[in-house]
Write a protein that binds this ligand. Structure first.
Ligand code: AMP
Length: 435
């Protein structure tokens, strides 16, 4: 059997499966996703950000230009294809280049206005899958264009921390650093390369490869031996130009002033090469090896590189799967208020009418409608976790009543259809006063 068949099923007699590195998001997990997305819309909206939805695939050039110094390895991770018209396309591996493409294409900055955007959606990278690392994953990201001010870097970080804090995620660690820019990086890189060269023999093979492509990436190595060597490398933080140092100090001063806890991590460089000056990362000890919840930084120069004006930018991208993993227990349950049970199928039209009425009054209800026995419907009601079953029988309906059964206690009562909405609301609210 070919590797493709093994991965996704579909070989002879093999059950069909989701492709390796992808996953189905099913209730009750999907409600947790919705909570995270809803909180993003709320929080980001309050900070004046507007959502942007870009295509899932772009001309491959968007990612080649957008990550001009990008590592060969990142290029290899991309899902590229040629469509039937011969166009070279790439499934987006990250959100920033498409948002910049759209910002330039539609002249969204109107010259020099500040523009704040966020996006939510799937990203695709051909990585080695493990818990918290997928080939299709989802990011919620933000981008601000138009200002070099350190206030914006701090604002974006503040917004990220507010969002995660409001979601109830505890044990958050914020690390910040500055990776300098064209003023200070070249001289620093020379020193770094020299330091790495003298230790090449002791470095892991992966880090030796990173050293060849981009020496800054060696800092990202998780290899324990590399970690010891990394301690010996010079850090860019010690080699910042006076302006870049002042910019970084200002970001830190804002964070301190607002009571946001952070660590300065001189070895934080972030994977993508387009970052300038501020970089940051938020991790959570609630996660395992893949503990990075979000990362971002300033990318002055990238808009110009992608064909726009010389507009500075700053942003971050957060991994939705990881945020959901870090959420406190119990968040996101989807309550169904009542389950409708019909004693015989002829009653379905009447039952549906009542359900439409309940739904229009804000009650969440569901039913089976499969001509199954009452016993089977009651079992389904149980599985749905609805606190109440509303039972329609022919005699009752002719009297204008139905039976409410409390699923937990088994207690039953007859209720007039005229006051059903009111009664259900009362019972549901008593069971969940926070409703
Ligand atoms: P990056 O775009 O690589 O800076 O990643 C930003 C965030 O996206 C990370 O902090 C993770 O939370 C998430 N992320 C990146 N790659 C993956 C992946 N392969 N699977 C799941 N989440 C990811």
């Amino acid at each position: 059997m070919s590797e493709t068949e093994q991965q996704s099923g579909g070989g002879k007699n093999q059950p069909l499966r989701a492709p390796r590195g992808t996953r189905d998001v099913i209730s009750p997990e999907v409600e947790r996703w919705q909570d995270v997305e809803r909180a993003a819309h709320d929080t980001f909206g309050r900070y004046g950000f507007r959502e942007m939805r870009t295509p899932i695939f772009e001309d491959s050039a968007v990612f080649e230009k957008g990550t001009i110094e990008t590592l060969q390895s990142a290029q290899k991770e991309m899902y590229r294809f040629v469509d039937l018209g011969g166009h070279e396309l790439t499934l987006r591996p990250e959100g920033t280049p498409p948002v910049i493409r759209a910002y330039v294409e539609h002249n969204l900055g109107h010259g020099k206005d500040l523009a704040r955007f966020y996006y939510i959606g799937p990203m695709f990278r051909y990585e080695r899958p493990q818990r918290g690392r997928y080939r299709q994953f989802h990011q919620i990201g933000v981008e601000v264009f138009g200002s070099e001010s350190a206030a914006l870097d701090a604002e974006v970080i503040d917004m990220a921390m507010t969002w995660l804090g409001d979601l109830g995620i505890r044990s958050l660690q914020l690390c910040v650093n500055s990776v300098g820019d064209h003023d200070d990086r070249p001289a620093y890189m020379e020193k770094l390369i020299e330091a790495q060269r003298s230790l090449l023999g002791e470095m892991s093979e992966d880090s030796r490869r990173r050293h060849e492509i981009n020496p800054l990436r060696v800092f990202d190595s998780k290899d324990p031996q590399d970690q010891l060597l990394i301690e010996k490398f010079p850090t860019i933080l010690d080699h910042l130009s006076p302006q870049n140092k002042a910019h970084f100090d200002e970001v830190c001063a804002y964070l301190s002033d607002w009571g946001i806890d952070y660590n300065i991590e001189p070895r934080l460089v972030r994977g993508l090469d387009y970052y300038r000056r501020t970089v940051f990362e938020v991790t959570s000890s609630a996660l395992g090896a893949q503990n990075s919840l979000l990362g971002g930084g300033r990318y002055d120069g990238l808009v110009e590189q992608m064909g726009g004006d010389n507009i500075p930018g700053v942003g971050f991208a957060a991994g939705l799967e990881r945020i959901v993993l870090a959420l406190p227990e119990g968040a996101g349950a989807a309550p169904i208020d009542c389950y409708i049970v019909t004693v015989s199928p002829e009653l379905i039209p009447q039952a549906m009418k009542v359900m439409r009425d309940l739904r229009s009054h804000g009650l969440c209800c569901t039913a089976d409608f499969q001509d199954r026995s009452v016993k089977a419907q009651m079992k389904a009601a149980n599985r749905s976790n609805a606190p109440i079953a509303v039972i329609f029988g022919p005699d009752e309906l002719s009297k204008g009543v139905c039976t409410l059964k409390m699923m937990e206690s088994g207690e039953q009562q007859e209720v007039s259809l005229e006051i059903l909405v009111e009664d259900l609301h009362r019972i549901v609210h008593m069971a969940d006063p926070g409703n």
